[in-house]
Design a protein around this ligand. Structure first.
Ligand code: AMP
Ligand code: MG
Length: 330
């Protein structure tokens, strides 16, 4: 199969629709990372997504719909706070988990009685979802455990010859996956941190908890149990106060003939004169925007990536920190 990369056009949308109706998977740009979409109503199409990615069977998918799609067909319980949040932040990088009415394939939610729904704001995603006009199950368009894709090229590298079409909308601005918010309870609870922050949710909903999986418990958001987002090179991760040890490791790697590279925020990067550095920038948003792009570059150019944890907490930093610790193995 030839994998075509194309921007949105009448022809590419017509092809996308045709592929989706045939049970194929189509990758598409979103404002967070590229998604790998298939018809959420079809068991075979959803199974195909899991197979393409090598994704564990207990890691559920998010259903994507266009902005005018009637989501009351997918769930029969949307609490008032969720309506207010949808009004404030959708379309956008916020996934909301609702009780499911079972209108899509049971494989989407991996046996859970809930369904994660997202309305992306990317014009490419909207055009695609409108053209197909069916709920699209879509995880990130990377092989399971590999770094999430933020360009069409990243998708192509993981899926060349295995999917027919990548709808190219350029580099993803947001840079990290959507916030996943449990909306099945009396108050909202964050299952995965992202660009719509706890502070933003609390400002609209009045309060917002953050789910922390307890040891031995079946996690509410199964995907969070995995080592994830990992580059193909070796990695090490340090707290800011362990910088001396990190530098020692860097020098050892160089002596062995390897190519070490620091991966850290701008404030630290500027002090690392004479060291190879991938600079994540200085705000939470900037770091999210650059994170996967730089991880992709790091795995191409380095044999050892040495991550140093940013100092700040709260806001978008929470999402960045979550991806960083998982990409670097904790
Ligand atoms: P990905 O699309 O690769 O970013 O993965 C989607 C993530 O959304 C999964 O790893 C889960 O953590 C989360 N998710 C999807 N569906 C549900 C659900 N019904 N309940 C809780 N979390 C979900
Ligand atoms: Mg993913």
């Amino acid at each position: 199969m030839i994998t075509q990369i194309s921007g949105v056009s009448e022809l590419s949308l017509r092809l996308a629709k045709q592929y989706i109706m045939q049970g194929e998977a189509v990758a598409f740009h979103t404002e967070t990372v590229y998604g790998l979409g298939a018809d959420a109503r079809s068991d075979n199409a959803v199974r195909h997504i899991f197979e393409l990615k090598g994704r564990p069977q207990n890691n559920p998918l998010i259903v994507h719909v266009h902005r005018d799609f009637d989501i009351t067909s997918l769930t029969d319980h949307i609490p008032d706070y969720a309506k207010a949040l949808a009004k404030a932040y959708l379309p956008g990088p916020l996934t909301m988990v609702y009780p499911s009415t079972g209108k899509v394939s049971a494989l989407v939610s991996c046996g859970l009685d809930t369904l994660a729904v997202r309305v992306p704001s990317s014009p490419t995603a909207q055009a695609f979802l409108r053209a197909v006009d069916v709920p699209i199950a879509a995880p990130s368009a990377n092989l399971s455990k590999h770094i999430s894709p933020v360009t069409a090229r990243h998708v192509y590298e993981d899926f060349e010859g295995r999917i027919p079409l990548i709808l190219d909308g350029g580099r993803c601005e947001g840079g990290i996956e959507s916030t996943v918010l449990d909306c099945t309870g009396e108050t909202p609870q964050i299952l995965r941190a992202g660009l719509v922050t706890r502070e933003m949710i609390a400002a609209v909903a009045g309060e917002c908890a953050v789910y922390v999986p307890q040891k031995g418990e079946q996690p509410k958001s199964p995907g969070m149990a995995y080592k994830h987002y990992a580059p193909k090179c070796r990695t090490a991760f340090f707290a800011p106060e362990e910088l001396a040890t990190a530098k020692e490791l860097y020098l050892q790697e160089e002596q062995k003939g390897g190519v070490p590279c620091f991966f850290c925020e701008d404030e630290l990067a500027r002090t690392l004169k004479g060291f190879r550095v991938l600079d994540l920038g200085s705000s939470g948003e900037e770091m999210a925007n650059r994170l996967y792009e730089l991880l992709h570059r790091g795995e191409e150019e380095a044999t050892l990536l040495i991550g140093v944890c940013p100092k700040e907490r709260g806001g978008v930093y929470e999402g960045v920190l979550n991806r960083l610790t998982r990409a670097f193995g904790g």
